[in-house]
Design a protein around this ligand. Structure first.
Ligand code: DSN
Length: 422
């Protein structure tokens, strides 16, 4: 590695050493966790800037502290770029990450005890979509829907309409954290309209794909509120955004600040502004198109080699593999085995998983980060083949070591942005 961190090396050797090791880890192997990505050097510079020194409670032009003339520029840029990218009327770019972003929406529209319709976690929903361990699950009455095993993991919308009419939700939430298919906004909108509910889409995972226009945009289907994190397919720093119609702008802004959060992280917002500008460029559409192509090829390679994927394929950037059915052991073991060949994936529950979350039946694999490094279809075929070979070999350390060499050799030709290697 080229040394870019002289000051850190001098003042804190422990943090410096861990950082150097992490740089090496990110370079020699490949991240296939679908919620991860590599930000650009420009985004890194913005996040690592002196905007971190500033308190900016409030919104552009209406701050509670002086000296915000330049943070106003940054936040306005981020908001305007988000509006342009997602074709929406208002954008709040202050949520610190995905969970507070969703919480701010619930708290804007619901009172404690109100009903929200959201996807069950084991079927692909997020913790904040009403899982009982989440505080949100204690405050609101989440009614959680599931996918249909006989219909390749699709949602049974007739059933959902019935449930909505019975439970009268305030919010109908469409959005997932582990769902490999496209989102059926039309049905969700019909259901919400039938019961007078707000429509909310949590597109945290596919935000970049929607921004690039390669996946459907919920605003084209009349959705009221869209939430997305900024660090997944959108390839920005860790943060969240709430996008909405103008009529909800005030209630959303108040819910984020002062309702839920204090001072926004202006260095992160600077990074978000940079990432959104990158996403507005034609190259980003090429990137997003390639993410989907790579995902299709990787899924096909895995399935052709005998691996069982939940819903038998993918429409987006991720796939969920059923490891118990494919190899007879669990997702934790699979994650560990892939670590040994320098491939990072994450263990994952599958629909109605009989196994517990720390030892679930599946793993999740995705292509956003590999595509950022420049990998294409032929590389996905290689990675897919090595993944299956490794999972079959499992305890054969010699075989795993030889696959790891191949993975590392491949990764050497694809640089991680922001890391300078000698
Ligand atoms: N942890 C994120 C993911 O991996 O999908 C969601 O919050």
């Amino acid at each position: 590695m080229v040394n870019q961190f002289e000051a850190l090396k001098k003042t804190d050797i422990d943090v410096y050493t861990a950082l150097m090791s992490e740089m090496e880890r990110q370079s020699y192997g490949i991240e296939l966790i679908p919620s991860e990505n590599y930000v650009s050097a420009a985004v890194l510079e913005a996040i690592g800037s002196i905007f971190t020194n500033k308190y900016s409670e409030g919104y552009p032009g209406k701050r509670y502290y002086g000296g915000n003339q330049f943070t106003d520029v940054i936040e306005t840029l981020a908001r305007e770029r988000a509006k342009k990218l997602f074709k929406c009327e208002h954008a709040n770019v202050q949520p610190l990450s995905g969970s507070p972003m969703n919480q701010a929406v619930y708290l804007a529209f619901c009172k404690p005890g109100d009903t929200i319709l959201g996807m069950d976690l084991s079927h692909g929903g997020h913790l904040t979509h009403g899982h009982p361990v989440s505080h949100m699950g204690k405050i609101f009455n989440f009614v959680r829907y599931k996918t249909h095993p006989e219909e390749n993991g699709r949602i049974d919308f007739d059933e959902l309409m019935k449930v909505a009419k019975e439970t009268k939700p305030k919010i109908v939430l469409c959005g997932y954290t582990s769902y490999p298919r496209d989102y059926d906004y039309t049905y969700f909108k019909e259901i919400a309209d039938a019961v007078g509910a707000i429509t909310m889409a949590d597109i945290a995972h596919i935000g970049g794909l929607v921004a690039a226009g390669v996946m459907r945009n919920p605003f084209d289907y009349g959705f009221d509120i869209v939430t997305t994190t900024t660090h997944k397919t959108l390839r920005g720093p860790r943060g969240g955004m709430i996008l909405c119609k103008k009529e909800f702008a005030e209630v959303i802004d108040k819910s984020v600040f002062p309702g839920l959060q204090g001072g926004p992280h202006m260095n992160t917002i600077a990074g978000i502004a940079v990432a959104l500008n990158e996403a507005l460029q034609p190259e980003f559409k090429e990137y997003a198109t390639q993410v989907l192509k790579n995902s299709k090829v990787l899924a096909k390679t895995l399935m052709d080699s005998g691996m069982k994927l939940v819903t038998n394929g993918t429409d987006n950037h991720m796939m969920v593999a059923d490891i118990v059915t494919s190899f007879g052991y669990d997702g934790k073991e699979a994650e560990k085995t892939l670590d040994k060949i320098a491939i990072t994936a994450n263990k994952q529950v599958i629909p109605d998983d009989a196994n517990p979350p720390l030892r679930p039946s599946g793993i999740r694999i995705g292509t956003p980060a590999a595509t950022t490094r420049g990998m294409k279809e032929a590389d996905m075929e290689k990675l897919g083949k090595w993944i299956v070979e490794a999972l079959q070999a499992k305890d054969d350390e010699q075989k795993l070591a030889s696959i790891k060499e191949n993975v590392m050799k491949l990764c050497k030709s694809f640089k991680v942005p922001g890391i300078k290697v000698k």
